[in-house]
Design a protein around this ligand. Structure first.
Ligand SMILES: [Zn+2]
Length: 108
């Protein structure tokens, strides 16, 4: 069973469209699985790697910028026992769970 506080809303994203061109988009709120939580992001930083991609003509266009965020958990998957709805969290998505490792990163 997934615990839910809030499931409505929009998912605002800053999308790199081309070099030095960012577009704000509203995307659907993601659906979580039993091992995940959903966070309502309250604040996101733009760091050096975002600026690098913004200025890099070879950066993958369509990528979402801003990956260091803080917010509040709004849904908790059934297998998540150490987090709860309403908990304030800081996110560093560069830390891998090692369960869903991308092919190119299997040696990490
Ligand atoms: Zn960063």
């Amino acid at each position: 069973m997934t615990v839910t506080k809030e499931i409505k809303g929009v998912n605002r994203c800053a999308i790199l469209k081309a070099v030095k061109t960012v577009e704000l988009q509203e995307r659907p709120v993601p659906t979580i699985n039993d091992d995940q939580v959903l966070v309502k992001v309250m604040s996101t930083g733009i760091c050096g790697s975002d600026i690098y991609h913004y200025n890099n003509p070879h950066a993958p266009h369509g990528m979402v910028l801003g990956h260091e965020s803080a917010g509040q958990i709004t849904q908790v998957g059934a297998n998540v026992k150490t987090r709860h709805v309403g908990q304030n969290v800081a996110i560093e998505p560069g830390f891998l769970c090692k369960k869903q490792v991308p092919k190119a990163s299997k040696n990490i």
